[in-house]
Design a protein around this ligand. Structure first.
Ligand code: AN0
Ligand code: CP
Length: 320
């Protein structure tokens, strides 16, 4: 793999899952693979899990790691071409990305959407320019529209915990929030689950209030409903996440009561396991009783971020 920004960069998902679970069994078996190779992690937004799990994954493979908090410690970046830089931006992405490519064998990048102009965010302009100018393989640490390391960890979590007959019913359930959040996590989760559904691994349903429908490019083959209880009926996994509206781009719309998951809502499910990428706002997005109860997988899921990152870096290192 020489780039990891979407599920479409993965040629064989089952092999990637296998690599992740093998590395989980034996984390230090490939310490020579990353010897004298450097990973640079560039953040334009905050992070706990992605930052630490990806660093740890690289260290497990024998790599060196450098972290750049671009938003706080870097020069203000210009991304537009053809502008006279006489305003607040100090350095153009053409030079900044190219220079980071001089120091690193692989670069990771986190850059959230601005949630103002839909076309600009969904063009992934910043990400594409960074990839173009840095000249080395890039792993997404969450872009404007996707968070593939999270989705891979989610799929690993479902695969290793599913002990039932046949395919599990997986439900992506919209949850309330007070702020406008990106669609990156749900887009990406949907994209990976639709692929897993195509491969016969899961049955996939999305439930969201009216106005919160995701871009259809990310949801091919998913069952989509506005009725949370109908979606939860017989569910084996519930993936809870808030996102702002795609249709009324970046807006927080009004929604009917009853979208926060609690123990009562689990009654119609198949004793469903509950997932969330974290960070989560307790008792706003998801009830404490679920987070602290036996159905929550959130910590296990966050733990699997390490093996997702390690499997991806392994496959990228093999192609260097
Ligand atoms: C971010 C999001 O929803 O994309 C990061 C999640 C991994 N969450 C927040 O901004 C709270
Ligand atoms: N889930 C996730 O990506 O968490 P961070 O934003 O803390 O990295």
């Amino acid at each position: 793999m020489n780039q990891f920004t979407t599920v479409h960069d993965v040629t064989d998902i089952k092999q990637l899952l296998k690599d992740a679970l093998t590395l989980k069994e034996n984390p230090y078996s490939l310490q020579d693979l990353g010897k004298n190779k450097t990973l640079g992690l560039v953040f334009l937004n905050p992070s706990l899990r992605t930052r630490l799990s990806t660093q740890k994954a690289a260290l497990n493979l024998g790599m060196n790691v450098m972290v750049m908090n671009m938003d706080k410690e870097g020069w203000a970046l210009e991304t537009q071409d053809g502008v006279v830089m006489n305003g607040s931006t100090v350095e153009h992405i053409r030079e900044a990305a190219a220079v980071m490519g001089q120091y690193c064998d692989i670069l990771g990048l986190r850059s959230f959407p601005k949630l103002i102009n839909r076309e600009e965010d969904y063009n992934e302009d910043f990400f594409s320019k960074f990839i173009k100018y840095c000249g080395v393989p890039v792993v997404s640490l969450e872009s404007a529209t996707r968070h593939p390391l999270q989705s891979l960890a989610d799929l690993i979590t479902i695969k290793e915990t599913w002990k039932g007959e046949g395919k599990p019913k997986v439900v992506l359930a919209w949850a309330p929030h007070i702020k406008a959040l990106p669609q990156a996590v749900p887009n990406s989760f949907a994209e990976w689950m639709c692929k897993a559904q195509e491969d016969g691994m899961v049955d996939f349903t999305i439930a969201q209030p009216k106005g919160y429908e995701l871009n259809e490019d990310f949801t091919p083959g998913a069952s989509i409903t506005h009725d949370l209880n109908e979606a939860l009926n017989g569910a084996d996994y519930i993936y809870v996440k808030n996102w702002s509206s795609y249709k009324e781009y970046g807006k927080v719309l009004t929604y009917p009561d009853g979208w926060m998951l609690n123990n009562d809502k689990l009654k119609g499910t198949n004793d469903a396991k509950v997932m969330h990428c974290l960070p989560v706002r307790r008792d706003l997005e998801l009830s404490s009783e679920i987070l602290d109860g036996p159905n929550s997988l959130v910590i296990h899921e966050a733990g699997n971020r390490l093996w997702a990152a390690q499997a991806v870096l392994k496959q990228m290192l093999e192609k260097l």
